[in-house]
Write a protein of this length. Structure first.
Length: 312
């Protein structure tokens, strides 16, 4: 599978490119970038515009790794050019854009995935299996937090502080992953609300967000994300009628539940299992773990979390 990478930022350089290069059925065919010098180190084709790249009939798939405000237009353009697309998260700036992306994939008959790579974590998949088997009775409450510090200068990722490019702050950047984990574990959400504010930093996006999500099963999820904590947190616990399950830290290997404790290590490159699954899905060997149609529900929740509970 010949891939083009649209955008060469930090995540693309550290994870996406090595992931494509490590996947035996994949080849990094070319890069779309405004800075051709970035492409020199990879000894592949480079294009200044997406139009030029998509005109090449040898291209099979596109990885969209640009800031969020470009995701919808570049994904839809790539799908309409007959390419499969794997897009960075969050998939869009709003629910309406996300819906258009899903519709384009359906109309074009191309594979469309979103980079919610935690769905491929062995312990997250094992947790889903255990929950469905009744390991903690009926799950009723899930609590996920991600707290970190991001000052007024975000360095090379400064665009994250610009709502016109990023959509929002930690709600878009780090809550989206955790909301998607809840959707993976518990299905389609039925109701969502949220509270956003700027408690410490007064940049243009929120510096904290708390989201509450209800599911048809009776489970309520709470996702709390903050960019004003110098104490890092990456917590995930699920409480049920007969016990609880601990996945803290979410990015670590530990899974604890009433009947035992398991150590399920995450791959060193968290993007590689996701890329492998995407290629499997294109070849018809496995269902796509994070399809655009499923990832849409994270944008559905995000939009509801932002209205009308924004505090100054």
């Amino acid at each position: 599978m010949n891939w083009i990478l649209i955008g060469i930022g930090d995540i693309a350089a550290r994870r996406v490119i090595p992931g494509i290069q490590s996947e035996p059925r994949s080849r990094l065919y070319g890069l779309v970038t405004r800075d051709p010098a970035k492409a020199g180190a990879y000894q592949v084709r480079a294009w200044n515009t997406l139009d030029e790249a998509l005109a090449d009939p040898a291209v099979d798939a596109a990885y969209v790794a640009t800031p969020v405000f470009l995701h919808a237009s570049q994904t839809i353009q790539s799908l309409r050019a007959g390419k499969h697309v794997l897009c960075e998260k969050p998939m869009a700036m709003n629910e309406a854009e996300a819906r258009l992306m899903v519709r384009a994939a359906e109309e074009c008959g191309r594979m469309f995935g979103v980079a919610y790579y935690r769905r491929a974590y062995p312990k997250v998949r094992r947790a889903k299996q255990l929950l469905e088997a009744g390991a903690i009775g009926q799950p009723v409450l899930a609590e996920l937090t991600c707290h970190e510090w991001r000052g007024d200068d975000a360095g090379h990722r400064n665009w994250l502080l610009d709502p016109a490019k990023a959509g929002g702050g930690p709600l878009y950047d780090i809550a989206s992953h955790r909301i998607d984990v809840l959707n993976f574990l518990f299905g389609q959400p039925s109701r969502a609300t949220g509270y956003l504010s700027n408690a410490v930093h007064h940049y243009a996006v929120e510096d904290n967000a708390t989201v509450m999500i209800d599911y048809a099963s009776g489970l309520r999820g709470i996702v709390d994300v903050r960019w004003h904590s110098k104490i890092k947190r990456d917590e995930c616990r699920i409480r049920g009628t007969e016990g609880e399950m601990e996945l803290t830290p979410l990015n670590g290997p530990e899974l604890i539940y009433p009947a035992g404790r398991e150590h399920l290590r995450v791959h060193a490159n968290v993007h590689l299992p996701m890329i492998e699954n995407f290629v499997d899905a294109v070849e018809g060997k496995a269902p796509l773990l994070a399809s655009g149609a499923e990832a849409y529900w994270t944008d559905w929740i995000t939009e509801r979390a932002q209205r009308p509970n924004r505090a100054s």
